[in-house]
Design a protein around this ligand. Structure first.
Ligand SMILES: C[S@@+](CC[C@H](N)C(=O)[O-])C[C@H]1O[C@@H](n2cnc3c(N)ncnc32)[C@H](O)[C@@H]1O
Length: 199
């Protein structure tokens, strides 16, 4: 599998849009998701750890799961994450992990997975009973958030109503949406939701 974030990884933490999004998502997580120091968390599509680094101080452990070795290697350079964060470079949608966690978080990774239904089945398998989801991604957009014909982008955001049904069909309950932030990109506004649910 080719590493589609190989070039981006070097500059990711300096790019204004990922910084803005991860801060907004971090704030929304703070407001809407209760984390405690016993929680084991899986960050799906953790990238360089911009969201992990906000969560790690509050929880027992974070598994940072991603398919990009270059993004994860940037995460691994961060000394402050070494205690709590373990990186796993694996596509869990094709090969699951032998672990269950209390919380799955994710920021801007769902639109990179073609089969959303399968993704939520996989999330369900990796959560303990009563476990929680807290996932952020783009609300439905016109398809111009990313450059045209970019590889690995399968969804121009998500309709909340459609996504909610997929999440319920996978077995989750208490599905809620909040607007985490709005991003301005080339004179256009893009809304990003935080969706929470319980197993
Ligand atoms: C837009 S970046 C977001 C990274 C990070 N969450 C952040 O907010 O900075 C999307 C990430 O999802 C990862 N990704 C794409 N498909 C994936 C998959 N099937 N499993 C795990 N990670 C995936 C990419 O490698 C990339 O690191």
């Amino acid at each position: 599998m080719s590493d589609l974030f190989k070039d981006k990884a070097q500059e990711w933490d300096q790019l204004p849009i990922p910084m803005q999004i991860s801060q907004g998502v971090g704030q929304a997580l703070n407001e809407h998701i209760i984390l405690n120091n016993k929680d084991v968390v899986l960050d799906f599509g953790a990238g360089t750890g911009l969201v992990c680094s906000q969560i790690a101080p509050k929880v027992a452990k974070v598994y940072a799961v991603d398919i990009s070795e270059s993004m994860l290697s940037k995460l691994s350079e961060k000394e402050e994450l070494k205690d709590k964060v373990e990186v796993i470079c694996q596509d869990i949608t094709s090969q699951g992990l032998d672990l269950t966690v209390d919380v799955i978080v994710s920021a801007m990774a769902m639109h990179h997975v073609a089969d959303t239904k399968k993704l939520f089945e996989v999330f369900y398998q990796h959560l303990s009973e009563g476990g929680r989801l807290a996932l952020a991604d783009l609300d439905k957009e016109d398809g111009d958030f990313h450059p045209p014909h970019i590889e690995g982008v399968y969804h121009a955001g998500f309709e909340r109503k459609v996504l909610k049904q997929i999440v319920i069909d996978a077995g989750f309950k208490d599905v809620e949406f909040h607007t985490a932030l709005t991003v301005n990109k080339v004179d256009k506004k893009y809304s990003i939701f935080l969706m929470s649910a319980t197993k």
